[in-house]
Design a protein around this ligand. Structure first.
Ligand code: HEM
Length: 398
């Protein structure tokens, strides 16, 4: 029987791994009923991420743009400047400018702030019942992104609301109503960032916003519109991804008590553990590409013009790449997770997202002798590109 794969199917949301396995085993280069090729093997996903003919410029597709308010809408005009949505020299230019200011050193400088914010959130959570997602995972990344850019922490809730609206732009299942809300959020967020840039122009500070105004790239600088769009994108890129990495990570550990114990006894393995966790249950499940040239894969060549969905969750469980892939094994060696993508769009914030997650998980294990799940009916968020829990109800005992 042929497979029908629909990422919007609620059973895929609850547990995508059985269908991923069937796809990999029976139809690894699957032509879906909605016009996309679906790739589920590690080697094929990796090959497309690195292929010169794999474009990320979805905004050029009329249907895509129209569903988001049209090519001239504020949202599409912003998104077409996001580095995520650009190819070739245009991509390298924006990425080059952002990489000059968003460096390893800038991430390291955030370490004490992340530690302080983690401690503050855990102090507030205290003991007893808590929901990891709302009380701990959701507030952390937006506070850290504000800190990274030099925006006031007191604006974090507002920034989070705008970010949550705009993030849905990459969701293939958005409605016309969503598009209206997302465009309204984009306009408000744009004005907010523009006001801060104006301030930095007249009185520069030691923060990334000020540095971005002057970052030299290809002998020029980014335009104000490009800076605003990519500031919005940094919020989007760092938000749901990190929330879901913290949530999926703790859930995976709770479902593998031996691995949780190992991490509790050996907190120094946290960094490698995060790679294994992202292989096991990645926060970003799907990225898509438009092929502008033929792309040869293991057994077939995908034709120019094809639209492709890459299933990161399926690639991470490919037995050709990882022996016994359904087992979470924090001592696994040679993990080269695709969860942060690969090729030219490899995640710039991977070190930051891993640092936030490792500090939160380490501190949870250090503070509480017992962490228990208090409900079995877990509800997953309805976004098809991201995989994350609506809530993770816990009982915390010191
Ligand atoms: C912690 C979990 C995170 C995960 C799983 C993750 C995942 C990803 C993935 C899959 C992509 C590439 C998408 C594609 O190839 O089309 C990406 C790109 C990107 N991410 Fe992350 N990310 C995380 C955290 C962050 C953070 C904290 C930031 C910054 C605040 C960030 C900034 C970026 C940027 C700027 C890009 C675009 C790179 C480009 O297009 O050249 N990410 N991320």
């Amino acid at each position: 029987m042929s497979i029908i794969f629909d990422p919007r199917d609620p059973s895929v949301r609850t547990d995508p791994y059985p269908i991923y396995r069937r796809l990999r085993e029976t139809d690894p280069i699957h032509q879906s009923h909605f016009g996309y090729w679906i790739l589920s093997r590690y080697a094929d996903v990796d090959a497309v991420l690195r292929a010169p003919g794999a474009s990320s410029e979805f905004y050029r597709d009329r249907t895509w743009a129209n569903r988001r308010g049209g090519p001239d809408s504020p949202l599409v005009q912003s998104v077409r400047k996001w580095m995520l949505m650009l190819d070739g020299p245009a991509h390298r230019r924006i990425r080059g400018a952002i990489s000059k200011v968003f460096t390893r050193a800038s991430v390291e400088r955030l370490r004490p702030r992340i530690a302080a914010e983690t401690a503050r959130l855990l102090d507030a959570a205290g003991e007893g019942k808590t929901d990891l997602i709302h009380s701990l995972a959701l507030p952390l990344p937006v506070t850290v992104t504000c800190e990274l850019l030099g925006l006031p922490g007191s604006d974090r809730d507002q920034c989070r609301r705008w970010t949550e609206q705009i993030s849905r732009v990459i969701d293939p299942s958005i409605t016309a109503e969503d598009a209206v809300e997302m465009n309204a959020a984009e306009v408000e967020f744009r004005e907010y960032v523009a006001d801060h840039l104006k301030e930095r122009r007249s009185a520069p500070r030691d923060d990334i916003l000020s540095l971005l105004l002057h970052a030299e790239v290809d002998g020029g600088q980014l335009t104000e519109e490009e800076i605003i769009a990519n500031v919005q994108f940094l919020f989007v890129a760092g938000h749901e991804t990190t929330v879901n990495l913290i949530g999926n990570g703790l859930l995976a550990l709770l479902r593998h008590p031996d691995q949780l114990r190992m991490l509790r006894d050996n907190p120094e393995i946290i960094t490698d553990s995060i790679d294994e966790i992202t292989r096991y249950d990645p926060p970003v499940q799907i990225v898509s590409r438009l092929l502008t040239e033929d792309v040869p894969l293991t057994d077939v060549t995908l034709p120019a013009g094809a639209k492709v969905m890459l299933l990161f969750g399926a690639a991470g469980r490919d037995p050709e790449r990882y022996p016994d892939p359904d087992r979470l094994d924090l001592t696994r060696t040679g993990v080269k997770t695709l969860a942060f993508s690969g090729g030219p769009h490899y995640c710039i914030g991977a070190a930051l997202g891993k640092l936030e997650t490792s500090m939160m998980l380490t501190e949870l294990l250090r503070r509480y002798s017992t962490i228990e799940l208090t409900g079995d009916d877990l509800v997953w968020r309805p976004n098809v590109s991201f995989r994350g829990l609506q809530e993770l109800p816990l009982q915390l005992v010191r």
